[in-house]
Design a binder for this molecule. Structure first.
Ligand SMILES: [Zn+2]
Ligand SMILES: [Zn+2]
Length: 268
């Protein structure tokens, strides 16, 4: 046994102990937690942090186990369970909190890995219909990221697209007269996602989400599995604004939107 694995074993015990105390807080009267509770737990968060630290190379990056490329953004870094977690094994720390059972993988490869097991009914957990909320400042690169990661069977909800599709107006032109319809359409899509109706695989909802309360409410409303924060610096957002082909009047508005977003932003 190496020093590292001894450390991991000790940490595992510590995590399991902490796990015990969290369970009492849920008031379920049982010492078992669900898979969903696990992925939202402080234990998983702490374990994940240690794994990422341990697997960061001298260059400061974690490399994807599948494609070997450095993972440049933390929102692209997934700590994936090789033996997938189910309600049956999630309380077994040798599965859920075992460093040997996790690998660091980029978002894109992660989806492929899960697809390899199939979006099928026999999968131990319903990885099918994963719902992501992708949030960040205007011009932070949210839709670019979704374009890089979504597949053709995925649902994408982008308010700017809805505005554009129901009128003759150019992108980013948003007359007040159409606002009600745009929001009705968006809400209809949220309901489709909430009830998981249709045959799509994953859904990506693009939103500003500066306020923590707003994004948490949205996550609750659609039953989101993950919130992905595209954490781009304000200066980069302001630079990118110039690549959007905006008129100078729109440019002034966007500058305001960006600055306003950063002023309102609340971290988790
Ligand atoms: Zn990869
Ligand atoms: Zn996974």
């Amino acid at each position: 046994m190496t020093v590292l694995s001894i450390m991991c074993a000790a940490m595992r015990l510590d995590l399991v102990n902490k796990c015990g105390s969290i369970v009492h807080c849920t008031g379920k009267g049982s010492d078992m937690i669900t898979r969903e509770q696990f992925y939202k737990s402080k234990q998983w968060e702490a374990f994940r942090k240690v794994i990422i630290q341990q697997r960061t190379d001298e260059d400061g990056f974690v490399h994807c186990c599948e494609c070997g490329k450095p993972i440049l953004h933390k929102y692209d870094l997934i700590v994936h369970h090789k033996q997938e977690l189910s309600e049956a094994n999630v309380n077994d720390a040798m599965v859920s909190l075992n460093p040997d059972n996790v690998e660091c993988i980029c978002f894109r490869c992660h989806n492929k890995v899960h697809e390899r097991f199939g979006f099928n009914k026999s999968a131990p957990t319903s990885y099918k219909k994963h719902v992501y909320i992708v949030y960040g400042a205007p011009c932070s690169g949210k839709s670019t990221w979704v374009h890089e990661n979504a597949t053709q069977d995925d649902l994408v909800v982008d308010l700017d697209n809805i505005w554009q599709m129901i009128s003759i107006n150019e992108r980013y032109s948003k007359p007040a007269a159409l606002k009600h319809v745009v929001f009705e359409m968006r809400d209809k899509l949220y309901d489709i996602i909430r009830y998981r109706s249709g045959k799509w695989h994953s859904a990506f909802i693009i939103t500003g989400g500066a306020m923590k309360g707003d994004r948490d409410r949205l996550a609750q409303r659609v039953g989101a599995d993950d919130l992905i924060f595209i954490d781009t610096d304000q200066s980069v957002c302001l630079d990118r604004m110039h690549t959007k082909g905006l008129s100078s009047a729109q440019m002034d508005d966007w500058k305001k939107f960006i600055i306003d977003w950063f002023e309102r932003y609340q971290s988790d």
